[in-house]
Design a protein around this ligand. Structure first.
Ligand code: SF4
Length: 298
């Protein structure tokens, strides 16, 4: 565990590993946009690589922590959130960022997503949403639109897709945003806000997959609902946020890409704060006890 809080100027390049491998994502893949935004955000919030842990699931997105210089944990499919929760509870000083694809997070790990949001664990979760399973060659995923044709659904998907923003809000996330790989500046700013938010911060990150989802939109042009004069809602108002999310999720399936910060609740305590309030969790990081020979375990 590093000396948390060592404030100094941090260079973006510190987040680039000095060794191979360089990213093996396909040319034009949206995953590059997440990497770029993340490398831009962390120095600006004053976090060094040894203060940061990235936890990933399985998929093309899971390679993120191979290309990002920080502590890393590449978990099994759909299980990045339980590992991220445990790490944050043991060492609250770590900046924990969980990441995975839409299949990993909304399908295989959907149960963890719902309950991590409900419990409001204090870390950032970035979902690379390309509306298919990319690594395994383009199968239908939980966010594939109804009618989407793939090898697993050759006559078109008969299923309604998951609506990630609405699911996140109703599950209890206290920060919900959507951005797109084609908009790295907005992505960087949203990641910074998510990191600085106390509680579960979920970013649905639209990442085009030009290799297996050729017919899908490239998520351009995008509209920032917080900036556009065409949209007027208050992200601190739950009802207005819910309505804006519903409109955004409908619009995406009509080819209109709406992005932005949809919901933020700054008042709700995180899971850890709740546990401390009821006396079930100490103020000091649990991890420190493991390194304290004088600590007397009960
Ligand atoms: Fe990106 Fe798709 Fe290639 Fe995976 S298969 S690296 S998601 S473009």
């Amino acid at each position: 565990f590093s000396a948390i809080g060592d404030k100094r100027e941090i260079e973006q390049e510190e987040y680039t590993p000095g060794i191979e491998p360089q990213p093996t994502w396909c040319p034009g893949c949206g995953d590059f946009g997440v990497l770029k935004a993340l490398k831009g955000a962390l120095p600006e919030v004053g976090r060094t690589p040894d203060e940061t842990l990235t936890v990933t699931g399985i998929g093309c997105s899971g390679k993120l922590n191979s290309y990002f210089n920080s502590y890393g944990f590449h978990t099994i499919h759909g299980r990045s959130l339980p590992v991220a929760r445990a790490a944050k509870l043991a060492n609250p000083g770590l900046e924990v960022i969980a990441a995975g694809g839409d299949g990993d997070g909304y399908g295989i790990g959907g149960n963890h997503f719902m309950h991590t949001a409900r419990e409001n664990h204090d870390f950032t979760y970035i979902v690379f949403n390309n509306e298919i399973f990319g690594l395994t060659k383009g199968q239908t995923s939980p966010t594939s639109p109804k009618g989407h044709e793939s090898k697993t659904q050759p006559h078109g998907s008969a299923k309604e897709p998951v609506r990630p923003l609405s699911l996140s809000l109703t599950s209890g996330a206290s920060f919900v945003a959507r951005t797109a790989a084609v908009n790295p500046n907005q992505a960087k700013e949203l990641i910074k806000e998510a990191i600085e938010h106390d509680g579960f911060a979920h970013i649905d990150f639209l990442t085009q997959c030009p290799t297996w989802n050729k017919d899908a939109k490239q998520y351009v042009p995008y509209i920032d609902v917080n900036e556009s004069d065409d949209y007027d809602f208050d992200p601190t108002n739950r009802d207005e946020a819910a309505e804006m999310m519903r409109e955004t999720e409908e619009a995406l399936h009509d080819g209109k890409v709406l992005t932005g910060k949809y919901y933020v609740d700054e008042d709700r305590p995180s899971y850890q704060q709740e546990k401390q309030q009821i006396g079930e969790m100490p103020e000091e990081p649990l991890a420190e006890r493991y390194f304290d020979d004088s600590y007397e375990w009960e």
